[in-house]
Every structure is written in C-alpha cells, then in structure tokens.
Write a protein that binds this ligand. Structure first.
Ligand SMILES: Cc1cc2nc3c(=O)[nH]c(=O)nc-3n(C[C@H](O)[C@H](O)[C@H](O)COP(=O)(O)OP(=O)(O)OC[C@H]3O[C@@H](n4cnc5c(N)ncnc54)[C@H](O)[C@@H]3O)c2cc1C
Length: 656
C-alpha cells in the first residue's frame, strides 16, 4: 500500500515545485467514486464521479508529496452537470478535504461547463499530504483534477490548451513508443476483437487498443450478440466470432442452435460453459459491488430470482471478456486497455501512428503500424485522419433509399444503460420530482412504470455520441432519476423498491460512419444486389430506433424512450455485404470495422448486430494478412487480389 501511495505522489507532483497537479483518476483509494472517461473530448482526461444514486458515496483519497512548505491555492476541475437543462444550483456537490479538514467551498454546483473552481487557500507542510473528495449528495458530482499553486491563478480555462501543460506537470511529455505492428486495431468491441484475433492467427503482429476495463465493447457492458451465422455465403466465416463470443463453433452452421424469430432474425441460444463465478479473476463487477454494498445480511440471502439472474449475467459477461482477453493474448495480440486514442499522425495519405492516453495513470503512447483498423464505433480514427464520414440520416436523394427522409438530418440511434431497482427490507426514501428540479419532470402521464431498463430506454437521439457522450449519458441520468422520483413516491407498487444499480458508461448504437469505396444502402440489401466482392452475411432486419411520439410531446429534444423498426417495416433476406465497405476511401491504410463501416444510416440497421460485425472483422483480418503478403493496400486487395481473399474466406481463419 505504502509503495502505491508513493507512486501516486510521484505521478501527481509536477516538476515545477510551486504547482502540483493531482489527477483524481490516479487516487489510490477511490472510495465510492467511479472513474469515467466520457468527457475526454472536452477535458482530455478521465475524472472521478460520485455515482451514488442519491446516496452520498464514500470519500476518495490519496496521498501526495508536497515538495515545498507554504501557502497554496487549491483549484478543482469540475462540472455542474445539470447546467445544460437547469439554471439553479446543480446536484453534484462535493468538498475537498486536506489532511482531514474539509475546505468550506461547495464545488460542482455552479457554472455551465467543465471549469476550474476555487476551493480555497491551504497551508501545507513539506512531505505527505492526504487529499480526499467528500461527496455531499450521491448525485454524480465530478472532479477531474486538483491543482495546487503558490499563486492565486487558476489553470487556463481552455482544456485543450492546458493538455500539454497537464502532461508536463505529470512528467508524461515523451510518449511511450509501441513500434513494429503490422496492424493496429483501435476499439476492442466484438468487431475489434474478431479482427485482431483473425489477423494474429495469420501471423500478423497485432496491437489492440481499447479504452474500457473489459474487452468486448457493448458486449462486455451488457448487450447480447445477435445475427445468424448459418446463412453465410462463406460458411467458415464466423468461427473466430464464435471463439470471441465463447460460442460453440461446431454448432455454428446448425440452425437448431439459434433462436430464430418469425422474421428470420435471431441469435445463438447457448454458449460454452464458463468457469464458476467464484473463480472470476477479472476487474470487479460494477453491478455486483454497486447493487450489493448497501444490502443487509438477510437481504443478501433473500435476493429475488431476477436479481440473482442479473448478477449472474453480469458475471458471465465479465468472464467472457476475460476468456476473450486470454484468447487474444495466446494468439500474440499486444493488448492495451484503458487507453483512449485521440490523435493520428499522417504521412502522404497514410496513418503512421496513433496517440493514446492512459485513462488511469496519465501515460501517453504512440502506436506505430503499417495498417490501422477503426473499430471504435465512433469512427475516431477515420475522423482524426480526415476521412469523409456521415452522421445521422442521409437524404432520399443520396441513394434513393425508400426509408430515407427527404432531407438529411441528425437523427440517429442513441445510447442506453442498464438500471435496476429491487425490493428491499429497508428501501429508504428517494427525493420527489419537485425536489429534483434538474431531472425529467415525470408525471402519471409521462412516466414509465418499470423497475428496470430495457432497450427502449435510450437517449442521445440527435446528439453526436462520438463527441458528446457525457451529455447523452447525463440526459439518461435525468430520465432515470426523474422517472424513479415519480414511481417511488407515487406508485404503491414501487414504494418498497430501492434504486440500486445504474450504469454510467453509455452503450452506444450509432455515431460516425466512415465512407469506403462502396457505401452500402437499403436498396442493395432489399434488392439483394450481388457485388463481386460479396463477403460476410447480414441477416438482421433494418432495425432502427426513433423517439416515440409520446416522448416527443413531453420531452422534446431530450427524449429517452424509443420504438424500433425491427420487423415492422423492412424485413430482409440474408445479404452478403461487399468487402469495399470495410476500408476508408480516402485514407490509404485504414480499414473500417464494426458499426462505423461504410453504410448508410438505413443499412446500419442490419449490419450493426454483433455476430455480423464479428464476421466483418474476420474479413478485415484476412484482408490485412493479404495486404502484408502482397505489400498492398486494403483497396489493392479488391483491385488485384480478390480471389486470394475469397480463398481465405472459403477456408476460414486458423482456429488456433
Ligand atoms: C442497448 C443496446 C442494445 C443492443 N442490442 C443488441 C442486441 O441485442 N444484439 C446485437 O447483436 N446488437 C445489439 N446492439 C448493437 C451492438 O451492441 C453494436 O452495434 C455493437 O456492439 C457494435 O460493435 P463494435 O465492436 O462496432 O462497437 P462497440 O461495441 O461500441 O465497441 C467499440 C469499442 O471501442 C472503444 N473505443 C471507442 N473510442 C475509442 C477510443 N478513442 N480509443 C480507444 N477505444 C475506443 C469503445 O469503448 C468500445 O470498447 C445493441 C446496442 C445497444 C447500445
């Protein structure tokens, strides 16, 4: 423990002795605060958040070494997170405690964006000083960093301008170079993992970079993998996807192994057994800790079947993420987790390296490679490299799609998070709607009577989920808190329930789509246009989500409940997607996988399910191996080596 504390102090103390920057995500004891990276676009850092569902969380603490005794001014980087909707005092109040003494300033409740707030003057002795964040409400107060200075001057208000100074103060100016990769895959969702595993099995040197603690993206966060893999043009595609999903390859081409709906969509029914829960060794499960830390002993013994199922599902997902990780490691993939990619370096139309920031220790990386894959879901690499992209719905004029609107707009599918309320012996109270003026003002008419999330709970329907995910997520918080405030206080059925779990990392459905040599559209799919480079097969319907009319009435602009078009509008037959959707048209060495591949908004409705995206990843891995073999580009594979790609797709990737 002592060793850890010293490490943190060294990280935290700037080299200019009169200033100390303390990153809260590097605190040694986070107490009840959670580390969140969703404001990275705004502040270039992760931060700690008091995610207590209205119950103040335990203090986060760390020890720093003060190099010079004296009087210091303390500034705190924080955000009054309800300010986009509410002008009054925000709910995220917290204090800073210095060596056991709370500073009087209440932070995080004013202002309208991330900013440095003054916490007060403190006299510090040389040597160890204990700093703590003391939450006052449990309603998502947030603190990015503490800045101690001998002068009463806050850091610059412009966080982008401050980013370089931040690195200097933390001693991370020179990035760690990771060189020699054939393929750098950014984004560790099912798409990224399948790509990385396939490429590694063909002998490529692969680096996989992801910003979450668990590999699997949405899958690890709680989304099932849909898509049929027995209708493939290339029946051996999907084997790697099965391995990544922990499904039985021998059952892949057996229709009986799938749950198939009336509209011919479906998903794998069973997965391979996973080790017993007690053997789980991965990062702690947020659901289990958050949901159970307030339980009495008797409640622990009496939890309902549905709660037990939810907990088991959570453990299964986390275990699957660990199995996935060990598969990738065994195949030789170098995995970098907790790393946010935020910059690319280009030379003559090619990416030469990408920069990553470690979200826990603040280190910078430079990942160099011959080829890159954008599996971020948000099209981060393509965007940073200047590739052309689309976001929202294309107009009808773009591709004459029957379901497209006349005029292009920003409508898109949003993000969701799990939440659960459970019956509890001591369910306590929850503030009323009137006491939460910043939350959704739910009423008998506008509320949703449920004690848990379902996929329809969705926000960020017109927000750019790539750059404004914190805003979309916060709107979701407002919906859950406002709705729960109404149910708990007005609906007898829920009076003895307690809101016990709410995720805080958004599961995203749609962001930017990078344009390839071919942009797949609804007509291609519905008319089953056969392209020469047909590759992986998509089977899901054109399943898109839009705000319900009722929500548009009650919460215009900030809707949080959707309907889906799955099976209601356009049913499809299995369609074999062209390879040209899998590389950027204007960045020579960039593949585009997962939900940022080259499709229109309408076409995304089918390809976006995870088994399908996994198979697309396999095709990218195969193409990348051929790029290396023939010293060519992703486009060069289509132009000159399509037969070779078809041979690999026919054969399937090596299974070990
Ligand atoms: C609530 C919900 C329900 C859904 N239901 C289903 C369903 O039932 N069945 C189904 O098959 N699909 C479902 N989907 C769709 C499916 O989850 C997604 O389309 C799919 O997960 C996309 O996979 P991906 O690998 O492309 O992206 P993701 O799963 O989003 O993975 C992208 C990864 O990249 C990381 N990343 C992003 N930016 C960076 C960066 N700058 N640096 C480093 N890492 C980065 C992300 O954190 C993430 O780990 C659902 C989606 C949601 C949100």
């Amino acid at each position: 423990m002592k060793k850890l504390l010293i490490l943190c102090a060294l990280i935290a103390v700037g080299r200019a002795s009169a200033q100390l920057l303390v990153e809260t995500e590097a605190f040694t004891d986070k107490g009840g605060w959670v580390a969140d990276h969703q404001a990275f676009e705004q502040i270039r850092s992760a931060y700690l958040m008091a995610h207590g569902l209205g119950r103040p969380v335990a203090d986060a603490e760390t020890v720093v070494q003060v190099p010079e005794a004296g009087d210091y001014h303390l500034y705190v980087s924080t955000y009054n997170w309800t300010s986009p909707w509410y002008e009054g005092k925000g709910p995220g109040a917290f204090q800073v405690v210095v060596d056991g003494t709370p500073l009087p300033a209440e932070l995080g409740t004013t202002g309208s964006g991330w900013e440095w707030q003054y916490a007060g003057a403190v006299r510090l002795a040389k040597g160890d000083v204990r700093l703590a964040l003391h939450d006052l409400t449990g309603f998502n107060g947030r603190c990015d960093a503490l800045y101690l200075s001998r002068e009463q001057t806050p850091p610059p208000a412009d966080y982008t301008a401050f980013a370089a100074e931040r690195l200097r103060l933390l001693g991370h100016e020179a990035p760690q170079r990771v060189a020699g990769a054939d393929l750098v895959v950014v984004g560790g969702g099912i798409a990224g993992c399948a790509t990385a595993l396939t490429a590694a099995r063909y002998g490529l040197k692969v680096v996989l970079v992801d910003n979450l603690p668990w590999l699997g993206g949405n899958h690890a966060l709680g989304v099932r993998a849909n898509g049929l893999m027995f209708e493939n043009l290339y029946p051996e595609l999907g084997n790697i996807t099965c391995q990544i999903l922990n499904a039985d390859i021998t059952e892949k081409n057996n229709p009986e192994a799938y749950f198939v709906r009336e509209n011919r969509t479906g998903y794998i029914k069973r997965y391979l057994p996973i080790p017993a829960l007690r053997d789980y060794k991965g990062p702690p499960s947020e659901l289990m800790t958050q949901a159970q830390e307030n339980l009495s002993v008797s409640e622990r013994q009496n939890i309902t079947k549905s709660e037990l199922n939810q907990n088991n599902n959570e453990y299964r997902r986390k275990q699957q993420a660990e199995i996935r990780k060990s598969l990738l490691e065994k195949a030789g993939v170098a995995i970098y987790q907790h790393v946010q990619v935020w910059k690319v370096a280009m030379e003559g139309g090619r990416i030469v390296s990408v920069a990553g920031h470690h979200l826990q220790n603040g280190m910078e990386y430079c990942f160099e490679g011959a080829m890159f894959v954008d599996c971020t879901g948000d099209g981060v690499l393509g965007y940073l490299a200047g590739a052309e992209y689309h976001i929202g719905r294309e107009s009808k004029a773009y591709a004459q799609e029957p379901s497209a609107p006349e005029v292009a707009d920003r409508k898109k599918m949003g993000m969701s998070m799990h939440w659960y309320a459970y019956p509890r012996e001591d369910s306590g109270t929850f503030p009323t709607v009137a006491e939460l003026p910043w939350a959704m003002p739910c009423t008998a008419e506008s509320c949703l009577r449920s004690s848990q999330w379902s996929w329809e709970w969705e926000t960020g329907l017109e927000i750019d989920n790539a750059t404004q995910i914190e805003l979309a997520r916060d709107n979701y918080f407002r919906a859950v808190f406002g709705n729960w405030a109404y149910l708990k206080n007005h609906d007898e059925k829920y009076s003895d329930y307690r809101l016990d779990y709410l995720q805080y990392i958004g599961m995203k459905r749609e962001s930017r789509r990078i344009l390839g040599d071919l942009v797949l559209n609804e007509n291609d799919i519905v008319n089953r246009v056969a392209y020469p480079d047909a590759s992986f097969t998509t089977t899901w319907t054109l399943d898109l989500h839009y705000a319900t009319p009722k929500q548009r009435k009650y919460f215009p602009g900030w809707e949080w409940m959707t309907y889906c078009t799955n099976g209601r509008e356009v049913w499809i037959k299995p369609y074999h997607v062209p390879y040209r959707c899998l590389y950027a048209k204007d960045v020579e060495n960039l593949f585009i996988g997962g939900r940022c591949m080259s499709v229109t908004h309408q076409a995304l409705g089918t390809v976006r399910v995870q088994a399908t995206l996994g198979m697309a990843g396999e095709v990218i891995g195969m193409a990348a191996s051929l790029c290396k073999q023939y010293s060519t580009t992703p486009r060069g594979i289509y132009r000159d080596h399509l037969d070779a790609l078809k041979r690999l797709m026919r054969k399937g990737a090596p299974l070990r």
